[in-house]
Design a protein around this ligand. Sequence first.
Ligand SMILES: Cc1cc2nc3c(=O)[nH]c(=O)nc-3n(C[C@H](O)[C@H](O)[C@H](O)COP(=O)(O)O)c2cc1C
Length: 206
Amino acid sequence: MDRQKTFKNIEPAILYFGTPVALISTVDENNLANIGPVSSVWALGRTLLIGLECGSKTYQNLIKQGECVVNIPAACLFDKVERIATLTGAQPIPDYKKTRYQYEPDKFRAGGFTKLPSDMVVPPRIGECSMHFEAVLRNKIVVEDDPVEQGPIAAVEVRVVKIHVDESLVIKDNHINPEKWEPLIYNFRHYFGLGKELGKTFKAEV
Ligand SMILES: Cc1cc2nc3c(=O)[nH]c(=O)nc-3n(C[C@H](O)[C@H](O)[C@H](O)COP(=O)(O)O)c2cc1C
């Protein structure tokens, strides 16, 4: 350690320490497609864990219909993501969101996103995103008593069944070129791209 740190105890509203943004596409019982921006998503093998408010349309659709596409936008799409940030497909809008969110049944139109058909699931893919993970619902853990959330939240486990990647990012047939891929990072409610590369892990194949 080159500097002796001193630490302060704080209670920030959120703990979003910088994770990539994903746009979750789902469909409702009338096959109407919705998009839910999230930053709480991570991968283990072909399993993704997605953190969702239970009051979101995304959660409701995913639990009822059982499928989603996890679409990964590049950093340059941040303004389109922000265009749908104050919208919800949920009606009625949950009380705690009423003052800051508006109901919007068509976020593809509102955000200027293009629907592409999926291969294995009903929800469409988002054409502007660089990667699409088609996925099916496996499990959920509902948390009712989080000290700062205003309603129940859930960790939703989905299994990826088909992967689509923008061809210009693919190298050596089956790898994503990390020098070309620029995820959109949600860093304490600010959008960032990546800084310069620092190195690679011993397992890196490209
Ligand atoms: C960049 C970004 C990241 C977000 N991350 C999450 C998240 O991880 N989980 C979540 O439930 N909501 C998250 N939200 C808020 C939801 O997108 C918001 O509640 C939205 O209204 C959900 O839409 P829906 O009700 O149509 O599903 C995020 C919003 C933005 C803009």
